[in-house]
Design a protein around this ligand. Sequence first.
Ligand SMILES: Cc1cc2nc3c(=O)[nH]c(=O)nc-3n(C[C@H](O)[C@H](O)[C@H](O)COP(=O)(O)OP(=O)(O)OC[C@H]3O[C@@H](n4cnc5c(N)ncnc54)[C@H](O)[C@@H]3O)c2cc1C
Length: 453
Amino acid sequence: MGISTLEGTQLSSWGNYPVVTANVVRPERYAELQQLRGRRIARGLGRSYGDAALLSKGQVVLMERLDRFLAIDDATGIVRAEAGVSLESLLHHLLPRGWFPPVTPGTKFVTLGGCVAADVHGKNHHCDGTFGAHVQELELVLADGSVRRCSPSEDKELFWATIGGMGLTGIISEVTLQMTKVESAYMMTHHHSAKDLEAVLRLLAEGGADDKYSVAWIDCLASGRELGRSVVILGHHANADQLSTKQRHAPLKVIPGRQASIPLMLPFSLVNSWSVKAFNAFYYWLQSAKTEEHVVGYDSFFYPLDVIHHWNRIYGKKGFVQYQCVLPTQTAAEGLKALLERLTTSRRASFLAVLKRFGPEGSGLLSFPMPGFTLALDIPVDAGLFSLLDDLDAEVLRHGGRVYLAKDARLSASAFRTMYPRYEAFAAVKAAVDPTNSFCSDLSLRLNIGEQR
Ligand SMILES: Cc1cc2nc3c(=O)[nH]c(=O)nc-3n(C[C@H](O)[C@H](O)[C@H](O)COP(=O)(O)OP(=O)(O)OC[C@H]3O[C@@H](n4cnc5c(N)ncnc54)[C@H](O)[C@@H]3O)c2cc1C
């Protein structure tokens, strides 16, 4: 019996833009992945923001049921699991044994396959690189249904095309990952306020002596001399002896905080200049006060937004775009100033604006990070937004940076080619394993990835 297809399903990712009608399949067993043919793209938990996990004219393959752990080595922290395993599940099973994901994005509701395909980065990129740097082996189901294993030493061209390859080389079926040893499920953290852009870049570049995690939240309503005013949050995994007596009792266990949910898609956006202003003022006041080093659970340090399920619905039916770019170290100060000024003069504000430091570039051919600073802005969709974002692209290009594909819904094919100079090497691997471009998404078709070389 073939796999059943849900035809004509309305689908979008985290930004709720774009919304497409797609044919969706949900394999229940590993072998079913091998039976699929035709144009298709894998989808994890849909936490990319734009159209990377969408395909209007083909099949979207939901990976959520392929979520078994295959091997866990308690002594080494090496885990082999199906690609549909989520980071939430990984934390649930591995943290009590003293192992933490080596790299994590700002939500735990993502799959291993999605983390590999986007080669995600965390707050520790400048110390530990991307997710792909910790992957020991992948198993892929290729376009003709054959299965291939690859690693940094075996079939390494395919491996580095798949790390950050946005699902375009094949369906990742298994991931072998090296986890990081931790003594507790808690973080030691301290916050610093930065009065302007120069100060925040300096604080991020210096970091804290022991802190391998850093992130800055920017008040993007501040302008003029205060442009770039931020709160910088630094932290590291707490040792058992840094915990309170109560926490020391069960150091690897965190009592989950209260969860809330936005139950329905709102017909209109709650994000407007008033709400953004109020939120930014409140957040700046709240966070900049926490200068003393203090202990928090890993959940509130890494995943503060996960406490409100479906928080993306506050943007209403039109949805929002997350614009995330990276600028090289040399041009970052000037480029970030230009981007933030353009945002303020457009009279738009980003509800969340986050700045992180990146370390050396990894080996993934389409991976996003490069040494420098990355800025992420969440902006509601409206009539003039896309011309503003084209202007931001021009600034990013002028400063030698690039836009993150996992967040993208509107970049042009020509800008993509300039931003990703290793594309030709990627295209050569893709042509060898997928000559008819079976693995494609609305993103790859828009960016002309894998079409006529
Ligand atoms: C609140 C929030 C915070 C975030 N913070 C960060 C961050 O700090 N750093 C960061 O890098 N990203 C961040 N992201 C983005 C997110 O981590 C990535 O988009 C990730 O890829 C989503 O994983 P997913 O399983 O939901 O994949 P999806 O969104 O479903 O898919 C993303 C891409 O992966 C491909 N894919 C998924 N599964 C497979 C598979 N098994 N085989 C082949 N291809 C596959 C899809 O085709 C698509 O191209 C954040 C997202 C949210 C919503």
